[in-house]
Design a protein around this ligand. Structure first.
Ligand code: ATP
Ligand code: MG
Length: 395
């Protein structure tokens, strides 16, 4: 018998349900019982819950108060096998259950590890009265302890497996990251390589217009590469928790004008900056620029001009708004808008991005004590708002 239980442990892998099932059937067949229930016990809530049923049609699997079954309470307190010859006489089980399951005699074996009870084995002869000798009762008590150790091992193994699964999913996220990032890097690198080989092999035969075309492509792709490198660096800094924010006085209007010249020199006329030149902020200028430049690039890439940048000083909050006149964000995609690597199906084919910009912008907004939100603009278009704490405004 012990040998059989030992084999249950040795067999592994420790699938909890399988272990419970096997314990139940080993004990049942070794002692020739007709029916067996394996019940889990929650000592904090004082409730029990049937997890294995053999030969008995025990209904439902909800947790019930242990006091509904006086014989279990008695076995718990005795810390050893309890044999009840006639449950009616001894008031060990509610009348209704005795009738329903035709119980005559019954045995409850506590499953105990180091004085902690984790469950019970309940055994009977399906409507026949039986005797239980003291030696059998002692053996069952010992088996209950062995079984309890096995169950705890199986539980721990299941927890371990869950932790391993979690780690695997973190690994999965990492490999998704690597595959998207390398795809995003490869595309501009391949284009730049193509342009460079054309110049190298046929440079002298190209006319002025063709050369300008190649220059333009080279400029766009290297800008994309530089942006991607900055994004990946930002991302790893946020991951490592080493982003430091500073507080500095600066004029946002001046910063926005400068970044437009740097970022989108050929689309300046599509942007309208309606921010007072004298407005002053006290926050991290680098973080502010990272957020605003991400929003402007997106508005020009996915929306329609004009792109309007303005400040709004409300009663409760101070916001920087970037609005465009396009179709706005697909409503089905809005809940995932600020997630890392998320791109809407409707736009990604047209203008491939890595899906990192908004998640990084949102991290920067939070790092300076604010937040990033989205709403539909009227009558149409996207409106992103960088919300800043009132203290960021110099008055
Ligand atoms: N102004 C906008 N109008 C419509 N859709 C937008 C707008 N801004 C963002 N989106 C949608 O949100 C998605 C996520 O934007 P996000 O800036 O995070 O990533 P991306 O622009 O695709 O790539 P990356 O910024 O990393 O180059 C975009 O792919 C686009 O579908
Ligand atoms: Mg973007």
């Amino acid at each position: 018998m012990f040998h059989e239980l030992a084999r249950v442990v040795a067999a592994g892998p420790y699938d909890v349900n399988d272990v419970l099932d096997r314990i139940c059937s080993e004990v049942r067949s070794a002692f020739d019982f007709e029916r067996a229930l394996l019940v889990r016990y929650d000592s904090a809530a004082e409730t029990v819950h049937a997890v294995v049923r053999q030969g008995i049609d025990w209904p439902g699997d909800e947790w019930l108060p242990v006091d509904m079954f006086p014989f279990l309470r008695r076995a718990l307190e005795a810390g050893r096998t309890l044999y009840v010859q006639d449950p009616r006489v001894e008031a060990a089980i509610p009348e209704k259950l005795v009738e329903r399951f035709g119980v005559q005699s019954i045995v409850a074996v506590p499953l105990a590890v180091e004085n902690r009870c984790i469950g019970f084995l309940v055994l009977d002869q399906a409507g026949k009265e039986f005797e239980l000798e003291e030696s059998e009762s002692q053996l069952l008590t010992t088996l209950g302890c062995v079984a309890a150790v096995l169950i705890e091992k199986a539980d721990q193994f299941a927890e371990l497996q869950e932790a391993v699964e979690e780690l695997r999913s973190v690994d999965g996220v990492k490999s998704e990251f690597i595959s998207i990032a390398s795809h995003e890097l490869r595309t501009p690198i391949a284009v730049v390589h193509g342009v460079a080989s054309t110049l190298h092999l046929r440079g002298e035969q190209l006319d002025g217009a063709q050369l300008r075309d190649l220059q333009q492509t080279m400029y766009e792709q290297t800008s994309r590469l530089a942006e991607l490198a900055t994004q990946l660096l930002d991302l790893s800094r946020f991951e490592a928790g080493v982003v430091v924010v500073e507080r500095e006085r600066f004029r946002p209007r001046q910063r926005i004008d400068e970044l437009l010249l740097r970022l989108v020199p050929d689309r300046i006329e599509d942007c309208m900056v309606e921010v007072e030149p004298t407005l002053e902020l006290l926050t991290d200028p680098g973080a502010f620029e990272r957020v605003v430049s991400n929003l402007i690039t997106n508005a020009l890439r996915y929306g329609e001009p004009p792109v309007v940048v303005r400040a709004e000083n409300g009663a409760a909050r101070f916001r920087f708004l970037v609005e465009d006149s396009g179709n706005g964000v697909d409503p089905a995609f809005v809940p995932r808008l600020f997630e890392r690597f998320s791109r809407s199906e409707s736009t990604s084919r047209r203008a491939g991005g890595a899906g990192l910009g908004l998640s990084i912008a949102s991290s920067f907004a939070q790092a300076i004590g604010g937040g990033l939100t989205y709403e539909q603009a009227e009558p149409h278009g996207a409106r992103f708002a960088l919300e800043l704490p009132k203290q960021a405004l110099v008055t």
